[in-house]
Design a binder for this molecule. Structure first.
Ligand code: URA
Length: 422
């Protein structure tokens, strides 16, 4: 087998055979297929697509490139959630302990932010002492003891995807449905969860800008999960405006703790409960009541134990950025649009995200919103506060907010529902 014939086949819109797929994934993982060759193949896949058989085989080959985890020793059913990424999407933080408090085991292998979307591990690392890197034994022990764990995926899990994802990120080949679906599902299937709920984001702040694309991605991932014996459900949820009132690491941890304390913004609470219900249902825990677990403090208790088990101090003060800049409303009226992408880029430029994988992030940086679409605002009143340790970034962040919001009469305004489809 040679890689050039595989690239040419996909370039010329041919179907790749099982043998070609197995060979190319294995050779790339071992380093005998070079990055430039794999990037040409990824671009050919982005342009010419893959059929269902090819996607399933590609996913299986990425799973086979590494180890598979096994949670069969746990007494509770496992349920996991994956979001395709958005702005202000802190849902994993309250959701994992909430679902654990309702009786499931939640093995939440999470990632870091890249670009304008935030990453769960970056957010949690703003808690003093908290560790994202756990050995497989430590992970199992936290999962067994607390019921939920949020940590980085180990190097042994789908190593082909780790290498390929980093390559796609710098070669303009992220936005290909076969590659996104196989990337996400190879990790989730290798992780060994019994059930999985996918939160597929749609809108300006998401990878998928249209409902049609989101539907295709969701259907592809649900098919891959189901065929591998993982009970898989997908919700399509709105990402045209940020979730909640914060985008940034420590800012989002604070908001998540508010939700666990029984408060927090209505959209974050609604989506957390909707996803918790789906996870509990998929795990066979149909009588569990997530609203009660939020109200009676048991979800908060699971959060505190989970953070402490990973070295964090749940009572420690969270970092606060040194500098602030308030953006005021230019007119009175109703905020009719607040663009998720513009706010996400602003938070990223303020230091909440990174431009290159090795960059550090600022724990306190980000955007705090004082109004959401549908709210009435008065001219000169605060619309949002920008937070950073490096004030020279304000100008650059403000550029991304130009044209990112509209204030009007509110006539004809209808807020988008959070859950668009199941
Ligand atoms: N998240 C992943 O893990 N992989 C992708 O390709 C896109 C989002």
């Amino acid at each position: 087998m040679d890689v050039i014939s595989v690239i040419r086949a996909k370039r010329d819109r041919e179907e790749l055979s099982d043998a070609q797929i197995d060979w190319v994934i294995d050779a790339y993982t071992r380093g005998t297929v070079a990055d430039e060759q794999m990037s040409a193949l990824a671009m050919a896949i982005l342009l010419n697509g893959m059929n269902r058989r090819e996607i399933a085989r590609w996913t299986a080959a990425m799973i086979a490139s590494g180890e598979r985890m096994d949670f069969s020793s746990l007494s509770r059913p496992t349920a996991d959630k994956h979001s395709t990424g958005g702005v202000g999407d802190k849902i994993t933080l309250p959701l994992a302990p909430l679902v654990a408090a309702c009786g499931a085991a939640v093995p939440q292998l999470s990632g870091r932010g890249l670009g304008h979307t935030g990453g769960t591990l970056d957010k949690l690392e703003s808690i003093p002492g908290w560790r994202a890197l756990l050995s497989n034994e430590e992970m199992l022990s936290v999962l067994d003891g607390v019921g939920s764990v949020i940590c980085a995926a180990g190097d042994g899990l789908a190593p082909a995807d780790k290498k390929l994802y980093a390559l796609r990120d710098v070669t303009g080949t992220v936005e290909a449905i076969p590659l996104i679906a196989s990337s996400i599902m190879s990790k989730k299937i290798a992780e060994g969860t019994g059930s999985l709920v996918l939160d597929v984001k749609v809108g300006t702040g998401a990878f998928m800008k249209t409902l049609d694309d989101a539907r295709e991605l969701a259907a592809t991932m649900v098919g891959l999960g189901t065929d591998s014996g993982v009970r898989t459900v997908a919700l399509l949820t709105d990402m045209s405006t940020p979730l909640g009132l914060t985008a940034g690491n420590a800012l989002e941890v604070r908001e998540s703790v508010e939700v666990l304390a029984g408060g927090g913004p209505a959209d974050v609470v609604e989506l957390t409960i909707a996803l918790a219900r789906e996870m509990l249902d998929a795990a066979g825990l149909r009588d569990a009541d997530p609203e009660k677990a939020l109200a009676d403090g048991s979800a908060m208790d699971a959060w505190r134990r989970m953070i402490a088990a990973q070295g964090g101090d749940p009572d420690a003060a969270l970092p606060v950025a040194r500098e602030r800049h308030v953006v005021t409303a230019p007119a009175s009226g109703v905020l009719t649009r607040l663009d998720a992408y513009g706010v996400g880029v602003a938070a990223w430029r303020l230091g909440a995200g990174r431009a290159r994988k090795e960059d550090p992030v600022q724990a306190g940086a980000g955007v705090e919103l004082h109004a959401k679409p549908g709210d009435r605002v008065a001219e000169g009143a605060p619309l949002m506060t920008l937070h950073t340790d490096t004030p020279e970034r304000f100008e650059y962040a403000l550029e991304s907010l130009t044209g990112a919001y509209d204030i009007g009469t509110g006539e004809g305004f209808a807020p988008s529902p959070i859950v668009l489809e199941r």
